[in-house]
Design a protein around this ligand. Structure first.
Ligand SMILES: Cc1cc2nc3c(=O)[nH]c(=O)nc-3n(C[C@H](O)[C@H](O)[C@H](O)COP(=O)(O)OP(=O)(O)OC[C@H]3O[C@@H](n4cnc5c(N)ncnc54)[C@H](O)[C@@H]3O)c2cc1C
Length: 265
């Protein structure tokens, strides 16, 4: 179990950030489910739960997910369903149980760039951006590419408000285990296909060559055989205790076929 010497209830994001950068062992608290798995003795634990960061809102261009929004909020939100179908529900329904998903937060998950995450590939396939308190806005794709974890606060996730066909598939050894591999795909006639792969087992990324190949075909279904070869060459996967590299390579092609067929239906 983690512990901390001091507790700080922030009254504003400014206050939280000033406190955060005072000491490298100061941390922001999300739902604390992941922090509780560790034994670290932190200095100050900064609570941002009073800052109204639990919301799913919209303007003309974006749907915004506040940092303290929970997985369960995403699963049952009608606005997200209207624009992106079942992608959040499908991606998150096997993350432990409802009680757990009612506690874990979007901000902590994305900020921590967990390789095993089921949420991050879904957001990547929706072309999401990340808004950090100090740094400002950055595409999720570029944020994930950064090797270092910044000393900053994730304030919200911005998803372009464009209706998309979506699909999310993953393979798990048992219902609530981490995914061995997961894939999220979005499609619209105007924007074409976007493919994100996660649990490789490292950080999620976009399959850009495969996307270009599929988007260059006038009949997308005809591109599938070539796309399955391209994705296997393009996306580097590896072994861990959940699955071998060669098993993940087979899954890549299989999940691609299923996700593409689903978004084209
Ligand atoms: C047992 C277990 C099983 C899991 N299984 C899955 C799974 O199958 N699939 C899946 O996708 N995920 C899974 N997860 C991960 C989970 O979904 C969350 O991603 C994770 O728990 C982090 O969310 P949290 O709110 O608990 O973060 P916390 O534990 O509160 O924080 C995690 C880290 O993020 C930092 N942080 C929190 N909020 C912010 C912020 N706004 N800005 C900057 N930094 C911040 C904290 O300081 C900390 O370093 C699992 C987690 C656990 C504990």
């Amino acid at each position: 179990m983690f512990s901390f010497s001091k507790y700080f209830l922030a009254q504003s994001l400014d206050e939280a950030y000033v406190e955060l950068i005072k000491n490298k062992k100061n941390i922001i608290l999300g739902g604390t489910s992941y922090l509780r798995m560790g034994n670290t003795n932190w200095n100050t634990a900064i609570d941002i739960s009073n800052l109204n960061l639990r919301y799913i809102s919209e303007n003309d261009s974006y749907i915004s997910l506040g940092a303290m929004t929970t997985f369960r909020d995403l699963e049952i939100n009608p606005l997200l369903k209207t624009y992106f179908g079942e992608i959040f529900n499908t991606a998150l329904k096997d993350v432990i149980g409802v009680q757990f998903r009612s506690n874990v937060t979007v901000g902590a998950t994305v900020f921590s760039k967990y390789g095993f995450s089921d949420l991050i590939p879904a957001l990547l396939a929706l072309n999401a951006k990340v808004k950090l308190f100090n740094f400002g806005e950055i595409s999720l794709e570029n944020f994930l590419e950064e090797q270092n974890i910044r000393k900053d606060i994730l304030v919200e996730i911005l998803i372009p408000k464009v209706k998309l066909q979506t699909s999310f598939k993953c393979v798990r050894k048992s219902k609530t285990d981490y995914s061995i591999l997961n894939m999220a795909v979005s499609y619209s006639k105007e924007k074409g296909i976007t493919i994100a792969v996660g649990s490789r087992p490292t950080k999620a990324l976009l399959a850009k060559n495969t996307m270009s190949l599929i988007n260059s075909f006038s009949n997308l279904e005809n591109s599938l055989t070539d796309a399955m070869k391209t994705i296997s060459n393009e996306i580097i996967v590896d072994s861990n205790m959940r699955g071998s590299k060669s098993y993940r390579e087979l899954l890549l092609a299989a999940l691609l076929r299923k996700t593409i067929q689903e978004v084209l239906q």
